[in-house]
Design a protein around this ligand. Sequence first.
Ligand code: UT7
Length: 325
Amino acid sequence: MASKIVGLGMYAPPKKMTNQDLEKLVETSDSWIMERTGIKSRRIAELGAANSDMGFLASQKALADAGVRAEDIDLIVVGTCTPDMPLPSTACFIQKKLGARNAFALDLNAACSGFIYALSVADALIRAGRGRKALVLGSEILSSVTDYTDRATCILFGDGSGAVVLAECPEGDGVLSCHLHSDGNLWELIHCPGGGTVNPLTPDLISRRMIYIRMQGNETFKHAVTKMVDVAQKALAHNGCTIDDVALFIPHQANLRIVSAVGKRLGVTPDRVFVNLERYGNTSAASVPIALAEAKAQGRIRPGDLVLLVAFGAGLTWGSALIRM
Ligand code: UT7
């Protein structure tokens, strides 16, 4: 058996942070942010909000869309780098909130590639017979690790959650392939140095702002473009497809210039590239499932369509999934 997406849902907190709001926090401008990133605003969770609350709401919508009951879910896999707590997993909190009492639940951290990694793991577990129905999420409160004194990063990030229900299907339908890659040698390009075992949480660590994401934007940009193109091409070659067979290309929503460069190199026409980053910014693992749910809601994906998902993030990690909807 293979696995297929049978339901989609997303949630973004109502509070908006616009470029004009950021102009009041750091030395930046709406025109710089628009020109360099394409982002106009992002959604920000209330201080102290739980990632699992957003994940719960996105999951409820995905379950309703699929017509599946929470107790029929066998496994929950959450891609996140901003969990509710170091332990237990955010997936266990979502399980509790949903009443998905028959599921086993786990988190997985592949940063912005988290959803594609989670999808790949859930698909493999279904193929291995470890379950028949899965909830797969990408869910983040990036504002909790964003330094709002660093203009190079705070303009990018937002919060949100996307969920899909994955169910057994015959081979040749649903998730046709997943390709995953990592390169830990390049960890310094995007990282959050504090709060783990290397730099345990102390008042000094907080005062040195080590609990926030640090990024070498320019270098990261170059890797994002080349690696997303490469892994997208791997997905197409593996399935004997060309980009013209793809109804919709959904890349990680990091930066409009990255999305455009990747689309151009792949030769996909702009009308088949999904973009919503102007409203959400970069929501890390949540970006691809939020985009997927919005694309479906907007009627841009029809049953039988081929959809190509591609992501890239800290690790470095990157991956692609080719899906028959
Ligand atoms: O989610 C996966 C991983 N993340 C990404 O894929 C993000 C990849 N990187 C990027 O999106 C871009 O590199 C950024 C948007 C972060 C930065 O854009 P850039 O075109 O690479 O700018 P830059 O870092 O080369 O900086 C150019 C200039 C610098 O000034 P100087 O040194 O030339 O005087 C920066 O200090 O722009 C300055 N700058 C800003 N100016 C106004 C940096 N941030 C800002 C800002 N407002 N917010």
